[in-house]
Design a protein around this ligand. Structure first.
Ligand code: MOS
Length: 690
């Protein structure tokens, strides 16, 4: 493919963002705009028995208070977390029970605090345990059946000369994007226009249409710029529904930015996972039996399963295997997607257990993974479209200076510090979804691409411009790319690391058709130019005959302060194989960002649920710690030039999520190497390391 694919093009909207000219969802203020502030439930389970809004309504500037008694009726649809202010039931603490609307933000907040709500409480249960009485195995999880057996695990494990049988826990985690969930909604002559902070407005538009019984042509949802989402904005969230309800109820445009402290209750979280991993291997290190069983929670509102046992089905040689998800519906907020759902916690447990097996066998952990690299995908027998995990392990080890490594733990002392190194593998599936794109050649020689992609900070606009320019053999500055509105041709959300592959394929196809039309055209273009529209329905309809995954290897060096217990990551190096890298500048940022999120998962992030209070205890960025610049002194991302003809015309895999995968295990394994204690519960805070 010609230039500029693979060029380090700078972000198209970079200047707008750094100068403050870029407008986010809460920064649109239509004339007459009112402000809303939600009222969360203060009990963990029960029913609303009293509602008194008189005091709130008497405050100056207050326009309305919406409750289940007066709010617009919503049609029921696929996502029950959006059935807001429809009934008196409180399924968990933080569930919205009212919404105050006023002329100013301050008045709305005052009014929300003045709403009196009384409850009849019921006993609640928010504590998941490995033997919870209500555990069940879901039929399906994302990526396969809830439980899967291959061969005879029990017999093979019992016969294995070397075994590990270990348990790990990952606590609940929250996405906490910098930009909170926000929406500004306005009804004009029956048409609903919303600026929403979302990872995909095609779905938001469809869901609003279902809830308000409208056609999708009666709704426009715009997400021009998004300040991060990490999965929490992958589906429509309460802010967009509440803003639209309040705007309909009051006849005014309404703006609603969810307060940071309310986010944990209403926009999803990574559910906690309790893992049991059993691995049996021969003296040569080759795995004969592998079981990964996880226990997790969902809410009583909707079933969401953190599919953490899925990667154990494709990572390593394992002739006898058992992979099972079990969950219970508790009185907790509804969990949802958080960067690499399934893979992030699943690979933490699996890759930690591999490290423990390496110690049992006295085999170098890099070498152990190489010995268990399967020729075909273990669970399906399908050939890999490309698999360069071994190459990643070797190249990463070389770059990191892995060898020579003394495998003994707790022997590298520098004053009060103990040092160690660790490694883990990473993987993430290739997923591609149907998208439509329009390509237009103008009479003046310029091009315009229209596709409802979303740029959540990844550089989507930039890379789509590169793809169009490459196909059209045009300079990038002659190509305009319009994204971020549901009025554009429909597209899949920015999630599941699918964006570039899905949107890019449609753009590639539309530009290829346009180029053919242009080549067949003689003489000057007509004044209206030439426009073509293409979709990838056919290309994405059938599952691939290949097992398609990106791979990587993460290496970490840590120091543990023996007086304070503080773990610091001295170096973090990721080596990836993820198909063709379309823009090394934005790609590096994706990989490094994911690795830093993995560092947070390893060392600090923890949304503990208090069993008595019945809710998360860390609800803002003062309590929920994420890495700061001083925590990430040396993070490197590298990649192999991987040729894979079984993906899409660009040859790209997804890269948005793989960075978080493997990083927590690499750090945890390095901590073991440093201090000689195997810590199996994240995060690795000083109270645990000491
Ligand atoms: Mo990502 S968790 O699929 O938005």
């Amino acid at each position: 493919m010609p230039h500029p694919l693979g060029a380090p093009s700078v972000r198209r909207e970079g200047r707008e963002k750094v100068t403050g000219a870029a407008r986010y969802a809460a920064e649109h203020t239509p004339p007459g705009c009112a402000y809303a502030w939600p009222v969360p439930a203060t009990v963990a389970r029960g029913r609303i028995t009293e509602l008194d809004t008189a005091a709130a309504l008497a405050l100056p500037g207050v326009i309305a208070v919406l409750t289940h008694e007066n709010a617009p009726r919503l049609a029921s649809m696929g996502d029950p977390t959006l059935a807001l202010l429809q009934e008196d039931r409180v399924p968990h603490r933080g569930w919205y029970v009212a919404l105050a609307v006023a002329d100013t933000l301050e008045a709305a907040r005052d009014a929300a605090e003045a709403v009196h709500v009384g409850y009849a409480t019921e006993p609640h249960d928010v504590r998941i345990t490995a033997d919870h009485p209500r555990l069940y195995v879901p039929e399906e999880v994302f990526g396969g059946p809830g439980a899967r057996e291959r061969g005879d695990f029990d017999a093979a494990f019992a016969a294995a000369p070397a075994t590990v049988d270990v348990a790990y826990t990952v606590p609940p985690l929250h996405n906490h994007p910098m930009e909170p969930h926000a929406a500004t909604a306005q009804w004009t002559d029956g048409h609903l226009t919303v600026h929403d902070s979302s990872q995909g407005t095609t779905r938001v538009c469809e869901d609003l249409a279902a809830l308000f019984k409208l056609g999708t042509d009666e709704i426009t949802v715009v997400s021009e710029h998004v300040g991060g989402g990490f999965g929490a904005k992958g589906t429509p969230r309460p802010q967009v529904v509440l803003a639209a309800m309040a705007a309909r109820h009051t006849g005014r445009p309404v703006k609603l930015a969810l307060p940071r402290r309310q986010l944990p209750g209403v926009v999803g979280h990574r559910a906690p996972t309790l893992h049991r991993v059993r691995i049996g291997a021969g003296h040569d290190g080759v795995i004969t039996a592998l079981a990964h069983e996880i226990v997790t929670h969902t809410s009583t509102v909707a079933e969401f399963v953190e599919q953490a046992a899925i990667p154990a089905r494709m990572m390593y040689t394992s002739p006898h295997s058992r992979t099972v998800h079990r969950l219970a519906a508790l009185d907790v907020p509804t969990p949802s997607w958080m960067r690499a759902p399934g893979e992030a916690p699943g690979m933490y447990a699996l890759e930690s257990a591999l490290d423990e097996l390496a110690v049992v066998l006295d085999i170098d952990p890099v070498e152990l993974r190489i010995r268990n690299d399967p020729a075909t995908e273990p669970d399906t027998g399908r050939p890999f479209s490309s698999r360069h995990l071994v190459e990643c392990l070797r190249a990463g080890a070389e770059r990191f200076g892995w060898l020579p490594r003394d495998p003994r733990p707790a022997v590298r002392r520098r004053g009060d510090l103990l040092l160690g190194t660790g490694v883990a593998a990473a993987t993430y599936p290739v997923q591609i979804s149907e998208t439509e794109a329009e390509a237009h050649a103008a009479a003046d020689g310029g091009y315009r691409i229209r596709v409802n992609a979303t740029d959540i900070g990844t550089g989507a606009r930039t890379v789509l411009t590169q793809i169009a320019a490459a196909v059209l053999d045009a300079p990038e500055d002659r190509v305009q790319v319009d994204i971020g509105s549901s009025d554009l041709p429909p597209a899949v959300l920015a999630g599941g690391s699918t964006g570039t592959a899905s949107w890019g394929w449609a753009v590639h196809k539309a530009c290829t058709s346009l180029l053919a039309r242009l080549r067949a055209h003689h003489g000057p273009l007509p004044a209206e130019g030439i426009t073509v529209t293409e979709d990838t329905r056919q290309e994405t309809a059938e599952p691939s005959p290949y097992a398609r995954h990106a791979f990587g290897a993460v290496f970490a060096e840590v120091q543990v302060d023996t007086r304070t217990g503080e773990v610091r990551v001295r170096r973090l190096l990721g080596q990836y194989a993820a198909g063709r890298i379309l823009n090394p500048r934005t790609a590096r940022s994706q990989f490094v960002g994911g690795m830093i999120m993995g560092l947070g998962m390893a060392l600090m992030e923890d949304s503990a649920l208090d069993p008595v209070f019945g809710d998360f205890t860390a609800c803002d960025l003062a309590a929920y710690h994420v890495p700061a610049c001083a925590d990430v002194p040396a993070v490197e991302a590298h990649w192999l030039d991987e040729e894979d003809p079984h993906l899409n015309p660009m040859g790209s895999k997804g890269i948005g999520e793989i960075g978080i995968v493997g990083t927590p295990a690499a750090i945890g394994n390095a901590v073991w190497h440093a201090i000689g204690a195997r810590l199996r519960d994240l995060p690795l805070t000083p109270d645990r390391t000491l």
